[in-house]
Design a protein around this ligand. Structure first.
Ligand code: ATP
Ligand code: MG
Length: 392
């Protein structure tokens, strides 16, 4: 019975002359997610509104689930439709809509009509008034309240007549592709997939890099990261996932540097490699799942030392969040179950018992000089042997 959707968008409405850029990005993202759904759809954009029209049968849940992943959408209103029939017949359709969708009819209501199609013989006030009368005839328990109705029934008169009332919340944010691209450091944990989701929500496309340390980290650990990338790609669109073999760099650091500084030095090399990949792939920033104080390598002192190797901006959207807040988002976006699978992580494999929490940059840099004999070559090889997995 639902054959169309009105797509509501909030924030992109205020972008002045660039508005069409945002609307077009939203339309193209909607089309992209609908291509993966069964059925055929049209996504017209008329008088500042975006619609989805189903041209064939479709699976309602599949389509609404897909639209719920499109950043930029604030609400999705499922609509029923009829032809441009006389108002009495629209009345039948409205009554049928109410009967099918609302079992509790002890409510106040209002009909709000928009007549985009000026060829329709009655104006919007007349249509609303007449339809209101038909509703009262059919459902005497309903009452009109034009100021604060409990049930607002919208009627849109276009090339067809559309009726809707309920609004399914969308994810909000801004359409993908309106804000460039960034490189996400994606591990198998809870945090980094959430961080990628949050930056993508602001319109940023995502590429990702995963540091793999075989045989210390297994194929299953890598597969887990691929699975997480697939899960967030429902929201972020296609992701090029770069898998970097980090084993030799890690072993070299292990051999040559104090063990309590291992994690921090390793983190600096991860950031350096990520930045190099970012620059090669038109990314304008790096994204990590770091949260202030969560672990030794995420104290404010450690973050300053890690950050020192980067020139690109590093986006840390979780920086001020508690773990339970991050977990709540990961559950909402569907990454939590995968994130908690117990596979080894290259950050924890060589981890010291008492890692430094207040690293000193000069000391760290001095110890990194121990790596000089081979690090450039290892760095180069790591980048050259980059395995790119395209996640769609
Ligand atoms: P996460 O839950 O995202 O793994 P975490 O709390 O385990 O985070 P760390 O292991 O200290 O924190 O890592 C901090 C950030 O560094 C991660 O959020 C991620 O962005 C990045 N990172 C850590 N390990 C890797 C890895 N093996 N590959 C890619 N990025 C990584
Ligand atoms: Mg981790």
């Amino acid at each position: 019975m639902f054959t169309a959707f009105l797509i509501k968008y909030a924030e992109i409405g205020v972008k002045g002359k660039n508005r069409y850029v945002f609307e077009n990005a939203l339309v193209s993202r909607i089309k992209a997610v609908l291509r993966k759904c069964e059925g055929e759809f049209e996504v017209p954009k008329t008088d500042g509104r975006i619609f989805v029209y189903a041209k064939t049968d479709f699976d309602y849940d599949e389509v609404t689930d897909a639209l719920k992943c499109v950043f930029g959408i604030s609400g999705i209103c499922p609509m029923v439709q009829c032809d441009l029939v006389p108002v009495e017949e629209i009345g039948h359709k409205v009554n049928e809509y109410i009967r099918d969708n609302f079992s509790d009819r002890n409510v106040t209501f209002k009909i709000a009509t928009r007549r985009a199609n000026k060829a329709y013989p009655l104006d919007s006030m007349e249509v609303s008034a007449q339809l209101g009368g038909y509703v009262l005839d059919e459902f005497p328990e309903m009452k009109v309240d034009v100021h604060e109705p409990e049930l607002m029934i919208h009627v849109e008169i276009r090339e067809k007549v559309f009726i809707y009332s309920t609004e399914i919340p969308g994810p909000g944010g801004m359409p993908l592709g309106t804000n460039g691209k960034s490189m996400l450091l994606l591990s198998g944990g809870i945090d980094s997939p959430v961080a990628g989701y949050m930056i993508a929500k602001r319109g940023v496309r995502i590429d990702a890099v995963y540091f793999h340390a075989p045989p210390y980290t297994s194929e299953r650990a890598k597969q887990k990261v691929v699975d997480l990338a697939k899960e967030i790609s429902k929201y972020t669109g296609p992701i090029n996932l770069h898998v970097i073999n980090f084993t030799d760099i890690q072993l070299h650091i292990y051999e040559k540097c104090p063990h309590d500084e291992l994690t921090i030095i390793m983190r600096r090399y991860m950031m350096k490699i990520a930045e190099e990949l970012a620059l090669k792939n038109e990314c304008l920033g790096l994204i990590t799942g770091e949260s202030l104080g969560q672990v030794a390598s995420q104290t404010i002192y450690s973050l300053a030392v890690t950050n020192e190797v980067c020139t690109l901006p590093v986006f840390r959207p979780l920086i001020g969040m508690d773990k339970n807040e991050i977990v709540a988002i990961s559950e909402k976006i569907g990454t939590y179950e995968t994130s908690i699978l117990p596979f080894e992580d290259c950050c924890t494999i060589f981890v010291a018992k008492h890692p430094v929490t207040k690293p000193n940059l000069n000391v760290i840099k001095r110890h990194e000089r121990n790596l000089e004999d081979r690090i450039d070559e290892l760095f180069k090889t790591a980048i050259e042997t980059d395995e790119v997995i395209v996640i769609e």
